[in-house]
Write a protein that binds this ligand. Structure first.
Ligand code: ZN
Length: 203
């Protein structure tokens, strides 16, 4: 399986990092060794001094598809969860300045903790799901999928023009504003609506 992550899909987040709004979805990739499940701790890596949290709604691909038309895109995913796109912001800023790829900053091992997944039928409207991240009991990021620049169906259609999507692949759909650093000892809790989906510690 693979993980496709969307960048700058919420206006307020693009602004907080001084990025222009994209004309098309921006994506990059993570991989299987990035996944952390079952609320296992996130171990702070030694190569960064500025790891940021990015909470994101995650969509799980349910069937193989290539060049998927937007109007059929909802047939290609069945399940929804939430995840953290951990980002080594210091390494990313350095890579951006030098025009280098982002993998060192985004695709390191254990950089993508995920929740369990729920059938999309549990949600009346995929583009109206509120979600938030609390750190040490204080809400640091909160938004609603209604605020996405590119909705999920458009993301699936766009990405699948370039990359074949396979069963079990994950799409991280972008983070809202409020990203910031985590520290060893922090307690992270991620929610979809009022349901707690993740509960883990930075070690
Ligand atoms: Zn992200």
């Amino acid at each position: 399986m693979k993980i496709i992550c969307i960048g700058r899909n919420y206006v307020e987040h693009a602004r907080e990092l001084n990025n222009p709004l994209p004309q098309n979805p921006i994506f990059f990739m993570k991989h299987e060794a990035c996944i952390v499940r079952n609320n296992k701790p996130f171990f702070y890596p030694d190569f960064s001094q500025n790891i940021h949290h990015e909470v994101e709604i995650v969509v799980k691909i349910g069937r193989l598809g290539k060049a998927i038309a937007k109007k059929y895109a909802d047939r290609y995913y069945d399940e929804i969860g939430i995840g953290i796109d951990f980002t080594a912001r210091d390494l990313q800023d350095d890579a951006r300045k030098k025009g280098l790829p982002w993998e060192v900053a985004k695709a390191f091992d254990n950089s993508a903790p995920i929740s369990r997944f729920y059938n999309k039928k549990d949600f009346p409207d995929i583009q109206n799901i509120s979600f938030h991240l609390d750190i040490n009991g204080k809400t640091v990021q909160h938004s609603n999928t209604a605020n996405m620049i590119f909705p999920v169906d458009e993301l699936i259609s766009y990405v699948s023009r370039f990359i074949t999507l396979k069963t079990g692949d994950l799409i991280f759909t972008g983070t809202p504003s409020g990203v910031g650093p985590v520290a060893i000892g922090d307690h992270l809790e991620a929610f979809i609506e009022d349901k707690k989906m993740m509960d883990f510690w930075v070690r």
